[in-house]
Design a protein around this ligand. Structure first.
Ligand code: FES
Ligand code: FES
Length: 404
């Protein structure tokens, strides 16, 4: 540490901080460089990729201390021409969907192209191996980097007309309207937004997939300086919400049983994220651990515990769909095949942190949300409060892979 702290160059400007913290947080929170996205905070996704001394590096695994003396580049620090090249190349190749991974891809591409102006597909794959894309598929991103390389070499040119979109039509190339803000990282996802007087909230979740909550002791958390409130199910006017059936507990109440590891027990609200993290650790929950119901077979087995009061046999809903006369069609078929078909378990694995900002609005609330179902969110918030839906406004910012 130098006399005044840790010093480094960020996008050509010397910066110094006395705080030792994750470089990702310094770049986002102190310098407001929001192209550096926080997808996982633990080195797994690549959305926070920046270039450090010429190499692509994940800024969540570096600290301000370890970055001292280094030369750091984010998308914001690319030259004007490089910005145009990546915007055009990614837009022309259809490499941008939700866009949350894209600034990290651009910086991984930049580090590669600075060393290798004519990369092979294999070179690009290696350069992107630490970067996950939730939605586009890697082919288009690789093509985007290949096109960027060709323009930077002088073999191709930017067609500025394409982005203007004056000539769209069937069979014509289209350029998404939001490519520029997503490639350059200035488009706002909820995680990039702040509002005046904003405080932070996060749920304490169950440690066990199935457990009876015997006691919730929030006294120590409530007593911590900077904690505004700790809410439990008792504070929720109507604790049951849900898309299909209204049987999801907003929070699991004392005496009730959890159903999955994501179930919330209480919501802690604090002035800063650091205080919030400390306060969450001070909540003490007593559990009676029960045998979980792990899959559909266990849920359907005779004697299985009933998970929701109004769903005997653990059946959420039964529907019979008939189209045409299958029996007759099979009788008439020359060949029939009998087999069991299964589909794999799929997790959508969004990259953007699932978060929302809520605030008082007229006689109700307004919520900025990162999900895709603004109407469902509106309906469920209204059910939770016992309000008319008109009192709730839910607005999407850019959606970085919430996908419901
Ligand atoms: S790798 Fe850094 S946020 Fe995911
Ligand atoms: S475009 Fe890559 S995560 Fe959505």
């Amino acid at each position: 540490m130098g006399e005044n702290g840790y010093s480094f160059i960020v996008n050509g400007i010397e910066r110094t901080t006395s705080e030792e913290k994750m470089l990702l947080r310094y770049l986002r929170d102190d310098l407001h460089l929001h192209s550096v996205k926080d997808g996982c905070s633990e080195g797994a996704c690549g959305t926070c990729t920046i270039v450090v001394d010429g190499k692509a590096v994940k800024s969540c695994v570096l600290t301000t201390k370890r970055a001292a003396g280094k030369d750091i580049l984010t998308v914001e620090g690319l030259s004007g021409f490089e910005k145009e090249v990546f915007v055009y190349a990614f837009g022309a190749k259809g490499a941008v969907q939700c866009g949350f991974c894209i600034p990290g891809m651009v910086m991984a591409g930049k580090a590669l192209l600075d060393k290798n102006q004519n990369p092979t597909e294999e070179d690009i794959k290696i350069a992107l191996r630490g970067n996950i894309c939730r939605c586009t598929g890697y082919k288009k991103i690789m093509e985007g980097i290949q096109l960027a390389a060709a323009i930077l070499r002088g073999d191709e040119e930017i067609d500025y007309e394409l982005e203007k979109g004056d000539d769209y039509g069937v069979g014509k190339r289209a350029f998404r309207v939001d490519v520029r803000e997503k490639v350059l990282g200035y488009g706002q996802y909820v995680d990039d937004m702040t509002v005046q007087g904003m405080v932070h909230a996060s749920a304490v979740r169950t440690k066990y997939p199935r457990a009876r909550i015997l006691d919730i002791d929030i006294s120590k958390a409530e007593a911590l300086d900077g904690v505004i409130a700790v809410l439990t199910a008792e504070d929720v006017p109507n604790n049951k919400v849900g898309h299909i059936q209204q049987d999801w507990d907003v929070m699991i109440a004392k005496g009730d049983i959890t159903r999955c590891i994501g179930d919330a027990i209480c919501l802690v609200i604090a002035e800063t994220e650091d205080i919030l993290a400390k306060a969450k650790k001070l909540v003490n929950i007593d559990y009676e651990v029960l045998e979980p119901v792990r899959d559909i077979h266990e849920a359907a087995a005779k004697g299985a515990p009933q998970l929701h009061k109004h769903a005997p046999g653990n059946i959420c809903q039964s529907r019979h769909v008939t189209r045409g006369d299958a029996k007759k069609a099979l009788e008439k078929s020359k060949y029939t095949v009998t087999k069991n078909y299964t589909t794999p378990f799929t997790e959508h694995a969004f990259l953007e942190p699932e978060c929302a900002i809520g605030m008082p609005y007229k006689d109700g609330v307004k919520v900025y949300s990162s999900d895709q179902g603004v109407y469902d969110s509106r309906k469920e918030i209204a059910i939770m409060f016992g309000w008319d839906e008109e009192r709730v406004v839910v607005e999407n910012a850019l959606v970085g892979g919430g996908f419901g």
